[in-house]
Design a protein around this ligand. Structure first.
Ligand SMILES: *[C@@H]1O[C@H](CO)[C@@H](O)[C@H](O)[C@H]1NC(C)=O
Ligand SMILES: *[C@@H]1O[C@H](CO)[C@@H](O)[C@H](O)[C@H]1NC(C)=O
Ligand SMILES: [Zn+2]
Length: 984
């Protein structure tokens, strides 16, 4: 008798153990397509997709959204959404939910106890809770760079795989809110193994046409270089953006009638609601090809009280399907985007093909979402620089080994920066469409991320160089501020090069001496010159520094490594000015010559001295007068999202440029032009460079006259561009654009300027048969070609009205001194025959994206300091870009190699190229290599995507790698490897 209770307890224990051990491993899991609910082939199947759209910052910061703080701004609390949904999912196995933004899920998961985690894991393993998209955020598509997009996706996808394994792997990409869609994003998703992609926003004319022709669903062939089907992605346009059909919103934030199904109570409405639902379903089905349709049941931050939604959807499903007994041919079910996608795939149709992109996006005739391409120019630059720093931080974490995260300078990490960059990719972050306090929060996160990286980088450089002397990073070199170089008589400068080949850069250090001695790592003297700081540079700097001059010289650093320069002051008198302010007729170096108009002070021509090609080139600054929303066609004003000039003719800021300084040195020739108290520019030609640099400074944009201003610079040439121009997609492949034209429908142009704007992330160009003018930019911007031979780029915007898209603030950035933001940036111009242009702009753009990291140590380096280091055995071939080098776990490193040329764009470089993985690194022994999907959440051999029939068939797979260590890259290909390594 006494043994009986024991028996019970041990049985119970046994039961508990089996529960604990069987669930998380997913042994019995049937997630993925296998877990999809049954549908009825002879009926119209309506897939209800319960979902929430949770912005990773917009009107509130990401953490305010998570906690549900500041509900006076917007009622939204993601922690409660996840709590509530998990509760409701457990009540009925038929219920489904999808979750998208890993930045939020990660926050929530960390706070859950073992029991909740076990329950959630079970829901995931049964496909009842499904991760969709799965990146850290839902990235913006117009203003992001592919390098940062791939990183943020990898961060989210890795968390999901580490936490849930295969059942956590999203099958579908889901960009329901971004304001237009980039082809490169589709290409990236395809290479990450996604089977399909759904979005909500596209041009209203395009949508009308697609509805009529039932082309809401298509196959997107997202690369002109990659062999199909590598970049093919099934793409679907959702019927209602991402909202439920009208009348069926049952969230606590909605006012639609609940289903009142007790006939004994008042207002019984089942018949009415069911009929309304049947009508809505059949109407929607008219626009789609198969007998399956999808309804997005949710919206922004919905499901905080998920019971409301599920209780009513349960009833809807029950009553609608009950009619099947009376002959109804409509079947409604809880589903997910991947289950819907599977049905489309099983339909085995041939889908129309799309090869261009979905920019620009307009939701009405005068409502072009082309302003955000430029909104918040300083945040856009900071985000881009932060990407460069994160890559450097990642690389130095690998090269420096374990000491880099815990070393002489303390504890450092790359994770903080990775997560800050992850949220910065969000479609209301780098896009510039958030409230001001949220923009400040993104910037603060990036700064904190860099502070963590700074420690890591200092530790790593200490290991690599053998010097533990304090190291200083100067954040404000762009405004000629660096306390150490301004005051020190002798210091060393470490130049870290994150690129896979030796690169030369010009550097400019704020100084107060007049003559300096600069030597390189071999003790060789380097030519340097001291150039007085111009008046306009002092005006921008204000009292933040006290340098009178800048020391200019060229530096060179080896691949994935550093070089050290030693700088000592020889004379500390004020510099002898060699500046004058007469308009020069021209400046030139070995490669380029630029002429100026002697009466206007503007540029007048550009000549490539190697090819003897000349273009007429006039450049000036203008502003479009932002619509205040008070004209008769439409009340739409310009705002953070929307660009709407109230006239197609921009105002010229000044017909002439006052020449403030002309500095003709050996290392650099500069002409400083001043157009107004708030617009100036330095036209600059460095020795030995094939590009002309235009360094613009714009702001504070005056708005006291009551006019919002959208500032552009325009390059007018005699190139016969015939209405064509070219813009990159997320910094990679280039798309052809044509004024007042869309490749896939007959455009009715209603905004002659805004409707011709496109995003550029790294470059734009115009060309004719003989000459191509390419502009490489330092951040994402909007650009267009309105006139034959002309290229314009929007640099800055300051506006007085909100544009009614939710942000609720006019875009008027206060800047550091609260009188308006001053933005400064660079445009790099190259001129060449079209067939040689890519050889110039591809490497130039990569060196703009991955900039050298400068760090300084006071005094002379201590004896024994290693002044030069390269992490590579040799420079990579010119076509190969080292996209990722990042510590994965203790003994493995994630490496991405990229072919950086498009097919056919370069005679010399658009060829397959082979790299040996074992011969890459100088300090790492590679013990093993496994290829992964682009998102690094799947082994390449397991990446089997759904097959789709298309109008143009895919080609059979081509050549294999020469050997297991030698990998071949074809144009535009990115290959991802996990390398097992040992530090040598
Ligand atoms: C799908 O369609 C293709 C041609 O359109 C056909 O060859 C193939 O047999 C079909 N597959 C199935 C499973 O019906
Ligand atoms: C995904 O996670 C599983 C389970 O932890 C692991 O075995 C697998 O290697 C991971 N896959 C990748 C590609 O990292
Ligand atoms: Zn959103």
């Amino acid at each position: 008798m006494a043994s009986e209770p024991w028996l019970h307890i041990s049985l119970l224990l046994l039961f508990c153990f089996s529960l604990v051990f069987s669930l998380p491993t997913g042994r019995n899991s049937i997630c993925g397509y296998k877990s999809c609910p049954a549908t009825k082939p002879s009926m119209l199947n309506v897939h209800l997709v319960p979902h929430t759209h949770d912005d990773v910052g917009w009107l509130k910061t990401v953490d305010q959204y998570f906690y549900g703080d500041r509900n006076n701004i917007q009622h939204a609390g993601v922690q409660y959404i996840l709590d509530s949904v998990i509760d409701q999912l457990q009540k009925d196995p038929a219920r489904r939910f999808i979750y998208v933004e890993t930045a939020f899920f990660y926050r929530w998961w960390r706070q859950q106890n073992q029991n909740t985690r076990r329950i959630v894991t079970q829901l995931v393993n049964e496909g009842r809770l499904e991760f969709i998209n799965g990146g850290w955020c839902m990235s913006d598509e117009a203003t992001t760079h592919y390098s940062a997009v791939i990183d943020q996706m990898t961060l989210g996808l890795r968390f999901l795989n580490d936490t849930f394994g295969e059942c956590g792997r999203p099958r579908v990409a889901w960009h329901i809110d971004p304001f237009g869609h980039a082809r490169e994003h589709a290409s990236i998703f395809a290479q990450m193994g996604y089977d399909g992609f759904f979005f909500g926003r596209l041009d209203y004319q395009d949508k009308d046409r697609r509805m009529k022709t039932k082309e809401m669903e298509m196959l997107w062939r997202a690369s002109e270089s990659l062999t199909p089907p590598i970049a093919d992605l099934f793409t679907g346009v959702l019927p209602n953006g991402y909202n439920p059909p009208e009348g069926f919103c049952w969230d606590q934030s909605c006012d639609d009638a609940p289903i009142r199904d007790d006939p004994d109570l008042e207002d019984y409405n089942v018949d009415e609601i069911v009929q309304k639902f049947l009508n809505a379903s059949h109407k929607q089905a008219d626009y789609y090809k198969t007998n399956h349709i999808i309804m997005t049941m949710g919206s922004d931050f919905q499901y905080e009280n998920a019971n409301l939604w599920y209780k009513n959807m349960d009833k809807l499903i029950k009553y609608v399907n009950a009619l099947q007994a009376k002959g109804s041919k409509l079947n409604v079910l809880y589903s997910t985007p991947s289950c819907y996608l599977q049905e489309l795939n099983l339909a085995n149709f041939t889908w129309p093909m799309k090869t261009d992109d979905f920019f620009p996006y307009a939701d009405d005739a005068h409502d072009f979402w082309t302003g955000y391409f430029t909104s918040r120019p300083a945040l856009k630059l900071y985000e881009r620089l932060s990407n460069s720093r994160l890559q450097t931080c990642n690389q130095l974490e690998v090269l420096g080994g374990p000491t880099s995260t815990s070393g002489p300078f303390g504890e450092g990490d790359s994770d903080t920066m990775r997560r800050a960059m992850g949220v910065a990719q969000h479609h209301d972050a780098v896009s510039g469409t958030e409230k001001q306090h949220v923009a400040n929060d993104y910037a603060r996160r990036l700064a904190t991320g860099w502070a963590h990286c700074e420690v890591l980088v200092s530790n790593s450089l200490a290991v690599l160089s053998g010097s533990e002397a304090p190291r200083v990073f100067c954040e404000n070199l762009n405004i000629s501020v660096c306390p150490l170089t301004e005051s020190s008589h002798k210091f060393s400068m470490n130049v870290y090069n994150p690129l896979g080949r030796t690169v030369r850069w010009p550097v400019r250090l704020p100084v107060n001496g007049s003559v300096y001695n600069v030597t390189d790592a071999n003790g060789k003297a380097v030519d340097s010159e001291v150039i007085p700081l111009s008046k306009s540079r002092k005006e921008v700097r204000q009292n933040r520094g006290f340098a009178k001059s800048e020391l200019v010289f060229q530096v060179e650093a080896p691949p994935l490594g550093y070089s050290t320069y030693i700088i000592s002051m020889v004379q500390d008198q004020p510099p002898v000015s060699r500046s004058k302010n007469a308009v020069p007729s021209s400046i030139q170096n070995k490669f380029l010559k630029v002429t100026f108009d002697s009466t206007t002070g503007l540029l007048s021509s550009l000549t490539n001295l190697e090819t003897q090609q000349t273009i007429r080139l006039t450049q000036n600054f203008f502003w479009y007068n932002a619509s205040a929303g008070n004209n008769k066609e439409s009340h739409q004003p310009s705002g953070a999202y929307i660009f709407r000039p109230n006239s197609s003719d921009p105002f010229i800021i000044s017909k002439t440029a006052e020449i403030q300084a002309v500095s003709l040195y050996n290392s650099v020739q500069e002409v400083t032009q001043r157009f107004s108290p708030w617009v100036s520019q330095v036209v600059r030609l460095y020795e030995d460079r094939r590009e002309l640099e235009l360094e613009w400074t714009v702001g504070p944009v005056p708005v006291e006259d009551g006019l919002g201003k959208e500032v552009i610079t325009r390059l007018d040439t005699d190139i016969q561009s015939s209405g064509y121009f070219y813009t990159d997609s997320n910094g990679r492949e280039v798309l052809e654009r044509r004024k007042d034209y869309r490749p896939t429908w007959d455009l009715k142009q209603t905004e002659p300027i805004a409707g011709n704007y496109y995003p550029i992330n790294s470059r734009a160009y115009i060309k004719d048969d003989k000459r191509q003018l390419t502009v490489v930019t330092d951040r994402s911007q909007g650009a267009s070609s309105i006139y034959n031979g002309s290229l314009e780029i929007m640099l800055h915007r300051r506006l007085l009205y909100d544009d009614f898209r939710g942000v609720g603030e006019p875009l008027s950035e206060p800047g550091e001194f609260a009188h308006g933001l001053v933005a400064r940036g660079r445009l790099l111009l190259t001129l060449s025959p079209p067939e040689a242009a890519a050889d110039l702009h591809r490497p130039l753009a990569q060196s703009m994206v991955l900039q050298p990291l400068l760090s300084f140590q006071d005094g002379a380096p201590s004896p024994g300091t290693k002044l030069e280091f390269s992490g590579l055995q040799a420079a990579l071939p010119p076509a190969v870009h080292l996209l990722t080098v990042s510590q994965w776990d203790q003994d493995s490193v994630l490496v991405r190699l990229e072919h950086q040329y498009q097919a056919k764009e370069s005679k010399t470089h658009s060829q397959p190229v082979t790299v040996n993985l074992q011969k890459l690194f100088s300090t790492l022994q590679v013990l093993g290599a496994s290829e992964m999907s682009l998102g690094a959440n799947q082994w390449k051999e397991d990446m089997i995507r759904l097959h789709w029939n298309t109008e143009k068939d895919a080609l059979p797979p081509t050549a294999r790698d020469p050997s297991s260590w030698e990998v071949t890259l074809k144009p535009m290909e990115i290959r991802t490897f996990l390398l097992r390594v040992r530090l040598l």
